[in-house]
Every structure is written in C-alpha cells, then in structure tokens.
Design a protein around this ligand. Structure first.
Ligand code: NAG
Ligand code: NAG
Ligand code: NAG
Length: 288
C-alpha cells in the first residue's frame, strides 16, 4: 500500500511527532461510500457542489487529509486525541497539541462542522476542504486507537507481528484487520465489502438506532465528537491494547475477537455522517 510507505517515511522524518494515520484508505473509503448512499437528494446536491471539480464522489476524496498532511503539517495532530494513559476521555485534559489548547480530532469535528454552517453566508473558509476534513475526521475518531495513550502514540510505537508481517498496533487497526477481512470474505473487493456493511446497517436497524442516539447528543457535533472519543478510548483499553505486549504476534484469535468492532466502528462513522453531517448540517444550508 502506498499509504503504508507514506506512513513509514512520515515516521522516520517526524520521529518525535505522534503519527496516527486514521483508517487506511479502505476504511475511509467505506465510511464515506456508505454514508453517501444514505444522502437525500438535497444533501447529495450540496455535497456535489462542494466536492473538488475532478472528484468522482465523496468516497474518492475521503483520504485527502492523509494525502496533504505531509505538506500541511499543522493538520497532523487534528487526526486524533490521546489520553495520559487512562481509559477515559476528558476534553479539557486531552484536547491539545504541543501546548495549544483545543487542537485535536474532537475540536476539528466541531471546527469543520461550524465552517460548513456558513455555507449560506459568505464563508470565510474553503468549504470544499471543510467537507473533506470533516468526512475524514469522523472516520478517524471512530478508530479506537485514534483515542489511545499519548505515551505510545495511539499504538504507533508498539511493534507487533501481524501473523508473520512486522507492523505496529496502530496499523493493525488502521489497515491490517480491514484488509484481511476484505481478502478473506470479499475477494479483496472494497466495494463488495462496503455493500455488505451497508446491508448490515439496513437489516439490523443499526442506522435507525444510531440516529436516535445522536438525537441524544443534542444534534450537537461537539457533544457527539466527545462521545465518539469516549467510546474509542474505552474500546482501545478493552480490545485494542488488551493482552498486547511489544513484539507479540497477533493472528486468528486477535482478529476473530476484534473484527466485529472494526466493522461496527466503520458502520457507526458512516451512519453518523449520513444522518448528522449531511442531512442536518449540509442539507439545510443548501436551501438557499
Ligand atoms: C479550523 O480550520 C482552519 C481551516 O482549515 C484551520 O486553520 C484550523 O487550524 C482548524 N482548527 C481546528 C481545531 O480544527
Ligand atoms: C479549496 O480547496 C480545494 C482543495 O484544496 C482547492 O482545490 C480549491 O482551489 C480551493 N478553493 C479556493 C477558492 O481556494
Ligand atoms: C490481500 O490480498 C492481496 C492480493 O492477493 C495481497 O497483496 C495482500 O497482501 C493481502 N492482504 C492481506 C492483509 O491479507
């Protein structure tokens, strides 16, 4: 994967900086692809207006923030939020970057949601970028190790073997488990996997159930983002870090006991995007 090479280069160059990279391109693609399938026609129109001119769809630019982070270093720490080694999230304690307050994935979701709210009223910011950042960060915040421990950079500096391949714990969650599932169950085909996850949403009523939960976070992107971060650190402790020692080998047992959570987090991220971001934030601003 080009992205993995990129991550490695990035790690070497910025050895001292946290380097969580988000779901790999597959995870982000699926989150956005599934979300798009739920857009109302108005929301679809608004998203279409905001997408870069040459973009096929939102899914095709969902990894854009990963592609530009090398050039736009300021954005790097917006992809995650880590805790000081504890299994709960506290916004005031945790959301900062190199001493700058309110700089983390939770603040970024708030930031880009608010920017999109200016769609109607002479926006100050580039809303094409706001849309791509928001779509991406909603995916990132659902990856449990994007709210991991600061000391190990969300698992980035915990070396592990994924079967017989050397990798790190963070990357197991970003890429390796998603790719294995895709290979084993969907002939390596991303679109088929995205369709299957979408069917799970439809058949198990995840979507309807989740929409109700988001109403409980007050249709408030900031409240929702804090909730997602809390869920992620809890899953990081209960599953991602659990029984993992540096240089251990993770294989079938780890995979079969974690993959349903990976799929669920992708589903939740896309459902949130579809219901909240697009339908409620963007759609209303398209009624000019
Ligand atoms: C908010 O968005 C602007 C424009 O992209 C960016 O300069 C700023 O750093 C962002 N802040 C946060 C916390 O996301
Ligand atoms: C907004 O951002 C996109 C993506 O970076 C870029 O292609 C476009 O030129 C920008 N628009 C303006 C008006 O700067
Ligand atoms: C998935 O299959 C492709 C093509 O056969 C292979 O290159 C890749 O290493 C496999 N990935 C995993 C995680 O099994």
């Amino acid at each position: 994967m080009g992205l993995m090479i990129f991550v490695c280069v990035f790690l070497c160059v910025l050895a001292s900086a946290p380097t969580s990279n988000g779901w790999g391109p597959e995870g982000h693609y699926m989150v956005c692809k599934i979300a798009e399938s739920y857009l109302t026609s108005n929301a679809r129109k608004a998203v279409g207006e905001l997408l870069p001119k040459d973009a096929i769809d939102l899914a095709s630019v969902c990894s854009w923030p990963d592609e530009i982070r090398k050039q736009q270093k300021w954005s790097t720490t917006l992809h995650f939020v880590n805790t000081p080694g504890v299994c709960n999230f506290d916004y005031n304690r945790d959301c900062h970057s190199n001493g700058v307050k309110d700089f983390c994935v939770v603040a970024a979701i708030k930031n880009y949601t608010e920017q999109l709210e200016t769609y109607q009223h002479s926006p100050t910011y580039n809303l094409t970028e706001a849309l791509m950042f928001l779509a991406h960060f909603v995916g990132d915040i659902h990856q449990p190790l994007h709210c991991g421990f600061a000391a190990d950079y969300g698992g980035n500096i915990i070396p592990v073997n994924w079967y017989d391949v050397k990798t790190n714990l963070h990357r197991v969650w970003d890429d390796n488990m998603v790719q294995k599932k895709m290979n084993d169950s969907f002939y390596g085909d991303l679109i088929t996997m995205a369709k299957e996850l979408k069917m799970e949403i439809d058949s198990q009523d995840y979507y309807a159930q989740k929409v109700n939960e988001w109403k409980a976070c007050g249709n408030d992107a900031f409240a929702c983002a804090k909730k997602f971060a809390s869920e992620s650190i809890e899953l990081a402790c209960a599953l991602a870090y659990k029984n993992v020692q540096p240089d251990c080998t993770l294989g079938d047992y780890y995979f079969t006991t974690r993959i349903s959570t990976v799929e669920e987090r992708i589903i939740y991220a896309s459902s949130y995007q579809a219901s909240f971001t697009a339908q409620q934030n963007i759609q209303q601003y398209s009624r000019r």
